[in-house]
Design a protein around this ligand. Sequence first.
Ligand SMILES: Cc1ncc(COP(=O)(O)O)c(C=O)c1O
Length: 390
Amino acid sequence: MAAPARTLLASRLAGFGTTIFAEMSALAERTGAINLGQGFPDTDGPAEVLEAAVEALRGGRNQYPPGPGIAPLREAIAAHQRRFHGIEVDPDGEVLVTTGATEAIAAALLALCEPGDEVVTFEPYYDSYAACIALAGARRRVVTLRPPRYEIDPEALAAAFSARTRLVLLNTPHNPTGKVFTRAELELIAGHCRERDVLAVCDEVYEHLVYDGREHIPLATLPGMAERTLTISSAGKTFSVTGWKIGWASGPRALVAAVQTAKQFLTFVSGAPFQPAIAHALGLPDAYFESFRADLEAKRDRLCAGLEAAGLEVFRPAGTYFVTADIRPLGEHDGHAFCMALPERAGVVAVPTVVFYDDKDAGRSLIRFAFCKRDDVIDEAAARMARLRG
Ligand SMILES: Cc1ncc(COP(=O)(O)O)c(C=O)c1O
């Protein structure tokens, strides 16, 4: 049925095939290769959080929750924003629970963009950004981040704005590069937003995964940004429950209300028994967040060392689950072809970063690995990658 479906696809979605994550996970499944493609952990989240979900499920929390999310979860999200970032939001009207960050992103773009509006974003971009901008009938204006540091080029940023710019869609810490935007870079973005009266949507799903003593700075905390920024996050990454799809958006009442209008016609609500469990999770002591971060930082070091030993040029990430690398030191140039052959050659699955670029030349030789995996899995993947060198 694949061929007819493609011909029936509306022109808005022309060019959007199966997401690369599904494609590469299917490849891993088919070949039995180690899947360092898709960003999901291979261990469960905290037992007490799982128990809270079981309790909710057995306790009858199985019908539609309220549209904006259950009050204890909205309160926990507001408390989390205050505790970790010093951001004040009213749980009643300034917080919206969504079906993962994915739905929050889709609802935000559908709610806030008119057809023909422009959205400034950064490439490589998370793949749902391009699709949701297209669904909203908007156009993406992309600023390219280049290794090794993936810094913003201020001139390219300025050139991406126009009279049609409606919003900036930012992701920090950034997937797939692992970049954590610096205060100076965020200030640059904020300056354009203030000057041109543009909105910002900031995807912060990796907010707790920042390494080497660096700081995650929510865009909403910059001067003049709280009133124009919708902040999006999710429980999936922070509590290793990516399949639960509990996300949220917070920010000014008018922005949240607009997003809720779109959201109610997408899923209406979801995740009834998971909502109380995530309310509990958000209140875990600091020690949980710190040990989770330290654990992932050690995994980052482990995989980076392995990939370097295998001969790749590794761009050590400051945050997230991911590390990008250039394959040219291996005498390779085409990341897509390399990743398609990698299961066969080395028994490992990685993602070609080029699929997240409009400027294909900028991403051609880059690939991404996820390190949110057990140490023995990382070690085995690194040992297999080392065979490429031979
Ligand atoms: C940058 C970014 N945003 C959003 C998401 C999706 O989050 P969720 O699973 O909560 O929908 C991901 C998941 O990989 C991501 O990397």
